[in-house]
Design a protein around this ligand. Structure first.
Ligand code: SAH
Length: 355
């Protein structure tokens, strides 16, 4: 049975489903899911991420985390964790860049959270020198200092969408029309979780809610607040999103999200404010939301690019120059992508970010 047939049958049986249910089925269905069945990254895949653009991204993240570890008295055992590690490239770059930090590798335990067996296999190959372990949930993170990175993880978590109708909301649902998947709207409901959005929206506005992110941030922030550490959450989005950001990407092109379930990457912009508030409620401080380009420049990406460029010429040099531009320029990833840092309140924020 194809994923489309499975969804049509599910809707016929249960009625229209939420966008969140649709995302979960499309991305993580055990046999047809987008992430569960393939490696979607890179020029041959559907999209490319910052660590796949250049090693500089992971190196600078690694130095920021290692400096936080030093600033916090270099605990002799800590967890270095990544959520949604893709091909393992970012973690490999972090670990390579921190080899020269005395004691860091002796103290590190590498933990990965990855839903896709295909990508877990790739991560195992890329990171075989570092004996990583996989956890099934952030609840399995041990009670120890936690240094964590998540790049383009939260944008893959399922969101629900609500259209404002007076002082109530109607949920955008996915049902069936003429035998095909189609959008519709649920009944008017007050939605307590959206009460604060009545202040900054108007009738007819659409807002998004990512409920799945909150328990994840709560656990991470609890570990960092209690045991020390730092978190770097990098993603596209803003403090407060407004409007429909649900999108599908296939072969680097935008696609209609309902057209080919399980065949394209589905994401939504990350709303950072609820993450920051959940972190604070769990006892952890958060930094100002900072554009990726600013963050990388503060960490010295231009100096690093010059060092890497020195021996290069021709097309290799062109590739490096364009990677630097791609990661930092406001017209490319520099402004769309943001960084939110988490840290224990008595310490200083991770380098590259400010309170
Ligand atoms: N961080 C990587 C990959 C980003 S793609 C990079 O920057 O290149 C999103 C990653 O999150 C993939 O590894 C995907 O399989 C994983 N992922 C998506 N939803 C997940 C979930 N609910 N639980 C665990 N991993 C998930």
């Amino acid at each position: 049975m194809s994923l489309t047939d499975h969804l049509l049958a599910r809707i016929a049986h249960d009625g229209p489903i939420t966008v969140a249910d649709y995302m979960t089925e499309c991305l993580l269905h055990p046999t047809h899911g987008y992430y569960t069945t393939r490696d979607p990254l890179g020029t041959q895949g559907d999209f490319i991420t910052a660590p796949e653009v250049s090693q500089m991204f992971g190196e600078l993240i690694g130095l920021s985390l290692a400096q936080s570890w030093l600033n916090q008295g270099h605990p002799d055992h800590f967890v270095l964790a990544e959520l949604g590690p893709g091909r393992g490239t970012l973690m490999a770059d972090i670990l390579r860049a921190t080899r020269s930090v005395p004691g860091f590798h002796d103290a590190v335990e590498v933990l990965l959270l990855e839903a896709s067996p295909t990508l877990q296999n790739l991560q195992a190959q890329t990171l075989k020198d570092y004996a990583p372990h996989w956890i099934d949930s952030v609840a399995d993170l041990p009670e120890s200092p936690l240094f964590l990175v998540a790049n383009e993880f939260f944008d893959a978590l399922p969101i629900r969408q609500f259209l404002r109708d007076g002082d109530s909301w109607r949920e955008r649902l996915i049902g069936v029309e003429d035998g095909a998947l189609a959008y519709g709207l649920g009944p008017r409901v007050p939605q307590i979780a959206l009460k604060h959005r009545l202040d900054d929206t108007q009738n007819g506005d659409l807002v998004e809610l990512c409920a799945a992110a909150i328990p994840i941030i709560t656990v991470i922030a609890g570990r960092i607040g209690t045991h020390g550490g730092a978190g770097l959450i990098v993603d596209y989005g803003d403090w407060h999103s407004l409007g429909d950001t649900f999108q599908a990407l296939k072969a680097h092109e935008r696609a209609y999200p309902l057209a080919a379930p399980g065949q394209s990457d589905l994401t939504a912009h990350v709303d950072f404010e609820p993450l920051a508030l959940a972190a604070r409620a769990a006892g952890c401080a958060y930094t100002r939301l900072t554009p990726q380009g600013v963050f990388l420049e503060r960490l010295g990406i231009s100096t690093r690019a010059q060092a890497l460029a020195a021996p290069l010429g021709g097309s290799e040099l062109d590739t490096l120059v364009s990677a630097h531009r791609r990661l930092t320029h406001p017209d490319e990833m520099g402004n769309l992508f943001k960084v939110l840092g988490l840290y224990p309140s008595p310490s200083s924020p991770p380098p590259g970010l400010e309170p």
